[in-house]
Design a protein around this ligand. Sequence first.
Ligand code: MOS
Length: 741
Amino acid sequence: MNRSISVAEKRVDGPAKVTGKALYAADFNQPDQAYAVIVGASIGLGRVTAVDTAPVLALPGVLAVISHLNAPRLAYRPHRGLIDPGVGERLHVLQDDQVQLFGQPVAVVVAQTLDQAERGAMALSISYEAKTPNVDVHDARSVKIVPDALRVEGADRSRGDPDRPPAADAVSIDASYGIARENHTPIELHATVAAWNGGQLTLWSKSQFVVNERLEIAAVFGLRPEQVRVICPFVGGAFGTSLRTWPHVTLAAMAARMVDRPVKLVLSRRQTFHTTGHRPRSVQRVALSATPDGKLTRVIHEGAAETSRYEQFTEALITATPYLYSCPNVRVQYRLIPLDTGTPTHMRAPGEASGMFALESAMDELAYALNLDPLELRRRNEPRIDEGANLPFSSRSLLQCYEAGAAQFGWSKRSFQPRSMRDGRLLLGWGMASAVYPVWYIPADARARLVADGTFEVEAAASDMGPGTYTSITQVAAQVLGVPMTEVKIRLGDSNYPRTPPHGGSMTMASVGSAVYAACEALQAEIAARLAAGSHPELSGAQPDELEWHEGKLRRRGQSASGFGYRELLSQLGGQPVEATATGSRDPSVAEKFSMAAYGAVFVEVAVDPDVCTIAVRRMVGAYGAGRIINPRLARSQCIGGMIGGIGMALMESTVLDARDGRPVNAHLADYLLPVNLDIGNIEVHFVDEHDPHVNVLGAKGIGEVALVGAAPAIANAIFHATGKRLRQLPIRIENLLDAQ
Ligand code: MOS
């Protein structure tokens, strides 16, 4: 029989990618296309007082210089997509003279060629009235506010009596943690090609959410959604930065309308640090108490993160804390710090990755205060139910992850004392941390079609930013249809295809996979119904429950004959294609009945040079319980990527803002440090067997984000074990270790 799910298939789009046939947003070209370049504000706060357009318009090839002085007033109808902040209003571009952040688009130069547009943008002189922005969470002017819209459930939540003084023999720790602002830095830059055809607008645009980009651009321009089409078959990495529709998309469409030609607009690497979101800088406090034998008696987790002045971006900074461990007295608090900066957005396990750095560092500190193995401390606090929501877990394999990860890593050979393990003159450190990420599910639609040659097409609007969605949903379709994967062609990334939720939150497999599953079943039902209604000698007149599909063939139920294959059935139907659209379904009450999350455990070995404090991550083992793994090869690759993201977060990534004007000073890949091959040691991934009948029809929890959570604290904990120094600010760099001596 054809079995595709759980097989380590190779990427179906691999050949297209390595031969350059896969087209990314900036690869699309339109006849007579012009080029637009954004001019960003060179101040961090204030207003534009003059734009000297005449000299630039005189340059060769320049078609237009657009600023608030001549830009059309756009409709900016109210629109809030699933990934937009719940409170505030998006940045409106070129609608007035106000500057709210460094790099905010204040003009666009459009020219015949990219070179001419860049030259014009460089030559454009803009005058400002500048004020000093506040871009620092620690600035005396910074104020912590309670978020208005608690999309993160509850800014303050507690159970028991977390503020009661701990018992006399309790062991307690209380520490503050900080994480730098980070940028997503995918290899593919943001890009949009915009073309108007009368009142119809087509955008070839980098997006993790073409469904929303269509609705948003329609709202911005005052169009009906059917007037906008967004196409994005491939995304060259995004990590969350292309979930929202940022101002450059509006500017590309505006420019195309003003010059009455298609326009291509590609952000520079530097510009991607301005108005395309970032992981917010966060400050956290964790206070823990435990009995002398290591049972948690108190957990306090307070987190605050920056947002912009015009929107309240909230994320799940403290939301996993109430259910990760068992503890009778828990309080979590969440605050925002509005600054003169662009709005942050979701980035690589948003919230959980930052929050778990604090909690899992604190657990390590508590383990050392208790003189207890850090893994054993966690084992002793494994809950039986989700004590935050008071719900049973749909499944939870954290203990098995500890077990499997520890065995693979060799944790039992660890000596407890810091600075006690060496390799020659290098200090070795072994650290670990738990990982958790919730199972998101938003219903999606998909369409399946049996085409005239007897093969299948499946369509959904979802993007594939690299996890292998083309491949994994081909596997789902092939298995349901009972055909080899080569018979199924998946089409993604077009807002004209059936609607899907954001390609993020680790939910694509669950949501879009379930929709594809449903669409293929619906297609089979449609084919069977047509055969039953037709004149087929054996199938004609059958009731739906008298027919069954078996290994890609239709037969009368209970018959041992192999039945009729799709090509045979198709010819009975006159060779006409058959299609069906369906919505993925899941018991709507399941979220009220179960606490659903993926779990993991990450183990790390670092080697630290005791003299110059270089830090090398030599080995990482990640063990994950994430439900059914649809494709072990792709899943392993996802987890390796996630853990490498954790190395970046722990040791390298930090966007530094100039206090004078809010300018990101390291807005390029030379100074924004990221892990490269030389920074990566041996990475091993282990999936524990986990069957979860509740999460969705596929039993898949999603792995993209849980893979990153836990990696950064495991590294920080390993650095403590190597050096005896507790570094509570990320990233941890050579200079931080040197300073700590
Ligand atoms: Mo992911 S941060 O949900 O793209």
